[in-house]
Design a protein around this ligand. Structure first.
Ligand code: SF4
Ligand code: SF4
Length: 180
């Protein structure tokens, strides 16, 4: 099974929010909610600190607390690629997954189910990149199999320094940031 993940080059992100707009349009995300978003934080140390711009979303964790805490099995690991998904029909809207996610990646959809990034699995199954990846004007996002040493994402990770968000949470994030 592939282990799908995203590699984002923070040196190339200009904070334009095209990824956020594309996600909302592609997935019909309701007004006031977001499946991806932009943040900025200060990284590095004196004398070379820098402002890191990041496009963030569900990390599709290797060890996802949102799946283990779900009482109905609605939150699950997709058998193809290990993408973390929510079965809307099986979700009872208890919000346990929302509380368990260290990344605040989930929200309760107005229709009553937990919602979040799906890595645009409906596009990926057709051989397309997630919408955010496909529209980025600086091409700062890459998507592929983290377990395939020949994939573009693996080669990038082998050639650059990288970091994940909140590694201390122990969830094994599969959205990985190339350090500027
Ligand atoms: Fe679950 Fe949050 Fe990890 Fe996504 S980022 S897989 S919602 S724990
Ligand atoms: Fe599972 Fe839905 Fe409850 Fe989340 S809100 S834990 S997906 S039943």
């Amino acid at each position: 099974m592939a282990r799908l993940g995203m590699v984002i080059d923070t040196a190339k992100c200009v904070g334009c929010s095209d990824c956020v707009v594309a996600c909302k349009a592609e997935n019909g995300v309701p007004a006031g909610f977001f499946r991806d978003w932009l943040t900025e934080s200060l990284r590095g140390r004196f004398p070379t600190p820098h402002l890191e711009l990041r496009s963030e979303r569900c990390n599709h964790c290797d060890d996802p607390p949102c799946v283990t805490c779900c009482p109905t099995g609605a939150s699950h690991v997709h058998p193809w690629g290990g993408v973390i998904l929510v079965d809307h029909d099986a979700c009872v809207g208890c919000k346990a997954c929302i509380a368990s996610c260290p990344y605040n990646a989930r929200f309760l959809h107005p229709e009553g189910y937990a919602d979040k990034c799906t890595f645009c699995i409906h596009r990926v199954e057709k051989g397309q990149d997630p919408a955010c990846v496909s529209v980025c004007p600086t091409r700062c996002m890459y998507f592929g199999d983290l377990d395939d040493p020949e994939s573009e994402v693996s080669k990038l990770l082998a050639s650059r320094r990288s970091h994940v968000l909140l590694p201390e949470a122990g969830t094994g994030p599969r959205v990985i940031y190339l350090t500027a």
